[in-house]
Design a protein around this ligand. Structure first.
Ligand code: S3P
Length: 169
């Protein structure tokens, strides 16, 4: 398989699970948000506040395109990367898409100490997170494998993904 692409809402555990998966598979871990901030030279908050979300989304697509020829990567995408049909098409062509499903309670808890999530900085209510999850569900559902992360440790989530990928790596 070329790459393992992790999708899912903010706080679903993509980066933590991705790092473990990279260790277990020998693939290289790669975080799209980290590549975007490196490219822009400023934080995600600053990209949104200075240039707007559309600019961030353009950078996100550029970074995904830049990885098209790579292989043996575990790619943690940003929570909104799969909204664009172009991004979804690119990501599907790059490998196996594994979606991490999370509930609003877990998302809010996992993001409680995080301040660099511009789309949730002003409002982190259950209503807001639930609404975003509902809007994005069709895009997250566009995956090869879906894993429910509710109540599971990151190590166990990674093990479940390894099981699902057996014979494909
Ligand atoms: C976003 C998720 C963030 C980051 C940006 C936008 C989103 O990534 O890309 O703040 O639209 O859901 P994480 O999912 O890694 O938090």
């Amino acid at each position: 398989m070329k790459n393992i692409v992790l999708t899912g809402f903010m706080g679903a555990g993509k980066s933590s699970v991705g790092r473990i998966l990279a260790k277990r598979t020998g693939y290289t871990f790669c975080d799209l948000d980290a590549l975007i901030t490196k490219e822009a030279g400023i934080s995600i908050n600053d990209i949104f506040s200075r240039h707007g979300e559309q600019y961030f989304r353009r950078l996100e697509t550029d970074i995904i395109k830049g990885l098209e020829a790579e292989d043996r990567l575990v790619i943690a995408t940003g929570g909104g990367a799969v909204i664009s049909s172009e991004n979804r098409r690119l990501l599907h062509s790059m490998g196996c898409i594994v979606n991490l499903m999370a509930q609003s309670e877990d998302v809010i808890e996992r993001l409680s100490a995080e301040t660099d999530r511009p789309l949730l900085n002003d409002d982190r209510s259950h209503e807001k997170v639930r609404e975003m999850l509902r809007e994005r569900e069709p895009f997250y559902a566009d995956a090869d494998i879906r894993i429910d992360t509710t109540g599971k440790k990151v190590e166990d989530i990674a093990a479940e993904i390894m099981d699902s990928l057996k014979g494909k790596l």
